[in-house]
Design a protein around this ligand. Sequence first.
Ligand code: MRU
Length: 352
Amino acid sequence: MDFDRYDRVRPIRWDGQHLHLLDQRALPFTECEVICADADAVAAAIHALVVRGAPAIGIAAAWAVVMAGRSVQAGDGAAALAAIDPVLQRLAQARPTAVNLRWALARMRAVLARAGGDWQQCLAAEAAAIASEDLAANRHMGALGAALIAPGSGVYTHCNTGSLATAGFGTALGVIRAGVAGARIARVFAGETRPWLQGARLTVWELQRDGIDATLVADSAAAYVMRSGQVQWLIVGADRICANGDVANKIGTYALAIAARYHGVRTMVVAPSSTVDMATADGSGIEIELRDPAELLSFAGQRTVAAGVKAWNPVFDVTPAALIDVLVTERGVIAHPDVASMAQAFACNSIG
Ligand code: MRU
């Protein structure tokens, strides 16, 4: 497939000194960068959703570790690790649900622990590898997932799982890119993804950029779209996949998976193995991020809800493995993931 034609957007750029983040809070009308000069600036950007999406958060954190190392004088990696440990801990706390953040930091720690005097170069090489492996995984998953889709199908996606959420190409959106390029996908529906509107502000913009036709719907229209027969697959990403196959993803995914099962629409979860957390047995062990209720109480900076009204704003939910028809990772396709199939595919996932 012609990757350049279908994948032009990049959210993260390392210039050798600074980390440039495409500010996703300002999209789609303003394309500007937040330029981070140190690790704490990256942690703040992750928390504020300047950069978002599980794999992208991990990549940004890896470059933050490179910047943290710049102010340290140490003869070997172990000494450097001791010096920057507080920074690593602050980065890990920037967002709690996506395991890719912890996974990337663990990779950076492991490299430092075994590095000698060239530890700074080792860190930079590892951050670059995390980014390039993610792009390669996404392209591979795109092909694997698209091959499961019958020509002429319609798909529904949620949140933003595209180039903006990864090193490039995307996870669920990567399958959609590959499926459109291969003429398997004829219709793409994107839910707006209240309250932060990742679908409305990011996904349909990203697809428009790449010339892929998509139709935006209100989240509350999803079951009706499925009932209409226009959609054969629900395709979503993941922020954490547990040892039993339970999947944490953007709030609303669980309701979509229930609606999909009821209507005979199949559910495909697409995520790199860096999103698999074999240390968490099931979804009950996942910390679900709660964000500021103000995200629900206003729209475009304008309060829309009466003063004094309370709101609760969990931004992820857990879809039980039983509702997932197919899990696609760069290691292959797992139909109906469960404890046994997850253990077989990810037994060697030491980090995560
Ligand atoms: O709060 P966000 O925008 O970081 O949430 C993102 C999602 O839930 C995505 O679906 C998930 O990270 C997969 S991105 C490839």
